[in-house]
Design a protein around this ligand. Structure first.
Ligand code: ZN
Length: 76
């Protein structure tokens, strides 16, 4: 079950908050419940991956954030 555009925007906001304060209590982007689990699974410097899990609504999503300028024509 993919995130809706609105949920994705919420998820990115949660990730931004977590980056500034890793100890912050995070709200689920889907149900709004406090206690979202966030795991950084990034493969820097190529991309950032964040796993979001919520026990309240069963959210289990990985958010992909590409890093750097877009690469045209694939990887070299
Ligand atoms: Zn939830």
């Amino acid at each position: 079950m993919a995130l809706s555009p609105q949920e994705l925007a919420q998820a990115l906001a949660v990730i931004a908050r977590w980056r500034t304060d890793a100890e912050a209590a995070l709200d689920c982007p889907r149900c709004g419940q406090n206690g979202l689990a966030l795991a950084d699974r990034s493969a820097r410097p190529y991309a950032e991956w964040y796993h979001l899990g919520c026990a309240g609504c069963g959210l289990d999503e990985t958010i992909h954030i590409p890093l750097g300028p877009p690469v045209a024509g694939g990887l070299d």
